[in-house]
Design a protein around this ligand. Sequence first.
Ligand code: HEM
Length: 402
Amino acid sequence: MTDGIQLVPFEEDSYYQDPAGFFARLRESRPVAPVPMAGRGRAWFITRDADVRAALADPRLANDVHHFPGGGRQRPSEAAGGVHAHLLNTDPPVHARLRRLVWKAFTPRRVARLRPWAQEVAAGLLDEMETAGGVTDLLAAYARPLPGAVLCELLGVPAADRGWISAAVEDYGTPGEADRVTRQLSAYLTELIAARRADPGDDLLSALALVRDYVSEDGSGVGLTDTEARSLAFQIIMGGFGTTVNLIGNGTLALLTHPRELARLRADPSLLPAAIEELLRFTSPLNHATDRFTTQDMTVGGTVIPAGEWVFMAISSANRDPARFPDPDRLDLRRDTSGHLAFGHGIHYCLGASLARVEAEVALGALLARFPGLSLAVPPGELRWRPDSLMHGLETLPVRLA
Ligand code: HEM
């Protein structure tokens, strides 16, 4: 670009390995920072809590690429299998309609019903770990299988298909695999939704297939199209998997590397819900919100971002902003975490936040109760973080069980 805007150097691997360090430097020196970005020319990181919060609620930042200034664009997933018509790819008023319909199907009762089921799955996984003994990769043995199983149960995926679906979702992040996984899941969900429309069960997919907005004159109601129902199911699987895996993985690592806080939690398990909020703040499973673009020139924190530019609102940076949280780099399970942005803010606030909290409570509660001597099996400095801009998660987490 030739508009004279000086880019901030961006070294991908050092960002993946230490996003908190990268964001701390930006918050201090360039809180609204343009960086070079492969495939996009440049993109902007917004890093201070007040700016991130305001930007997440600002309708001038849009998600639907058909609204891109100077001509709409296509999402890659649009070509790859018709799973693009979901909440994070839409702007008002389409977003409001989808969200209203999804809320009717994704009820608090449905989430509450999953808790005992998730407890059983967790107990089974812990049994297997205990039998195997020794050093275990906690991600492979526990943090990944649990959310995969919960999401399949939520949607009503038949037991026979759960194994390959969980494997496919894990493969999605492997370079070159996203299109194949998208097409495979899209074809599968199309068939399953048709089957559920014909013969509904007591699951979220049936509820999505049948949900209606009673706006038509004859009272028959208007529901989700097949593409919308398929896209929402796809988004729930994708949005609910890696995020929760990372909360369990990153959260466990944070506890194991802060023995005083871990001892506090072990001494008082009623601290668990508050501990999870602090782990969400401190370890932020997502580095930033999903990509938005400016629909017009806008000034953020005194800096003008021109129209038609990609913007990343760094929620994990906001969660470590000393202007919001005193001594933010300290893990403190008893601190006031209200207003953390780990689940986002504004109209796109996480749909699955209550389910994620249930899963984390079940996962961490059961893990700590089962293995009182749980410890890291390698020095923390040897752990590697996955090369992913959006998600902040470990490659592996080797732990010793006793
Ligand atoms: C620890 C776990 C989770 C974290 C940290 C998390 C975080 C987030 C964040 C930050 C957003 C907003 C993204 C943005 O504004 O660009 C979001 C949106 C969303 N999340 Fe989650 N999420 C988690 C678990 C889940 C689960 C379990 C589900 C589904 C069962 C889910 C489904 C969604 C959906 C559908 C949206 C889009 C909402 C909308 O656009 O209106 N998430 N999540």
